[in-house]
Design a protein around this ligand. Structure first.
Ligand code: NAD
Ligand code: 0WE
Length: 276
């Protein structure tokens, strides 16, 4: 990704919002944060635990943000504290970015039917889907007409992607939740959308057993014949969270180089995918 060249402007001037899910500089949430800041947004961040504070604090400071709250989405006290802090500092917010997912490593390999446990299923859906409903409810309580929220999803919700397993089920629940939230909040003028990003090299995508094959296959088979640039994801988030996105709600918008549109890769793409 080209660095530091997020288009500047005033699309987000006067808007304040919360970014959940920055772990480091490669996080999708960080690309979104930089793009929103480049358009004049004022940002607050949550981070998952003291270990990540060391990484997230300098990033937040680099764009002039001084609201940084520890939040584990499975812990109601930290969720209460996050939104109480925002209420205290700002009173109202304009947008929410949710970029959080987790499943136990043992749940993300091999046979879905054999390896998915009750606890693994519950925890993946709790962290990766319910957390958006929970944060969305709390955020909406602080939003006026014109508010907007965005979450991040992946094609594994719609099609089988090897090893994505219970995360695919959680993303399907997340996308359905997006539609129900959009219906509930629509009458109040609050929009709720999801961005379905293609594979991007982040912490969450590191250590995937089939990673090398996945990036090579996606690059070869995508309409654009390239992997997904986080700047495109950030651009989509800017559209959906700014007033450019008026009337768009309940949508799952793919930013994946057109990978999702392909039913059968062309013959030359398959030669490329298998290593030339
Ligand atoms: P990332 O590792 O940078 O971000 C994941 C974030 O989830 C981290 O900040 C982590 O702290 C947070 N998190 C996990 N469990 C949490 C908990 N219990 N409480 C609070 N935070 C918790 O990776 P990323 O790729 O930027 O992931 C962001 C989102 O994008 C995820 O929803 C992911 O599913 C989605 N996504 C990623 C890709 C990809 O290929 N990287 C593609 C499509 C969608
Ligand atoms: O949503 C994701 C990954 C989310 C994720 C990542 C991890 C890694 C470490 C959730 N839980 C965990 N648990 C861990 O212990 N993506 C869209 C990226 C991703 O992950 C895959 C993919 C892709 C793409 C896993 C298998 C196959 C493809």
């Amino acid at each position: 990704m080209a660095d530091q060249d997020f288009p500047t402007g005033t699309l987000m001037a006067g808007k304040r919002g919360l970014i959940m899910g920055v772990a480091n500089k490669n996080s999708i949430a960080w690309a979104i944060a930089r793009q929103l800041a480049a358009q004049g947004a004022e940002l607050a961040f949550t981070f998952q635990g003291e270990a990540l504070a060391r990484r997230v604090r300098p990033l937040a400071e680099s764009i002039g943000s001084d609201i940084l709250v520890e939040c584990d989405v499975t812990n109601d006290d930290t969720m209460d504290n996050t939104f109480a802090t925002l209420k205290d500092k700002w009173g109202k917010i304009d947008f929410l970015v949710h970029a959080i997912a987790f499943a136990g490593k043992d749940q993300l390999a091999g046979s879905f039917i054999d390896n998915t446990t009750r606890e693994g299923f519950k925890s993946a859906l709790d962290i990766s889907a319910y957390s958006f409903v929970d944060a969305g409810r709390r955020a909406a309580a602080m939003m006026n007409d014109g508010g907007a929220m965005v979450t991040l999803t992946y094609l594994g919700s719609e099609r089988v992607i090897p090893n994505y397993n219970v995360m695919g089920v959680a993303k399907a629940a997340l996308e359905a939740s997006t539609r129900y939230m959009a219906a509930d909040l629509g009458p109040r003028g609050i929009r709720v959308n999801a961005i379905s990003a293609g594979p991007i090299k982040t912490l969450a995508a590191a250590g995937i057993g089939s990673g090398r094959h996945m990036f090579r296959f996606n690059k070869a088979a995508a309409a654009m014949r390239d992997n997904t640039d986080p700047m495109g994801v950030a651009g989509a988030a800017l559209y959906l969270l700014s007033d450019l996105g008026l009337s768009c709600t309940g949508e799952t918008h793919h930013v994946d180089g057109g990978f999702h549109a392909i039913g059968m890769p062309a013959e030359d793409a398959m030669t490329e995918a298998s290593g030339g």
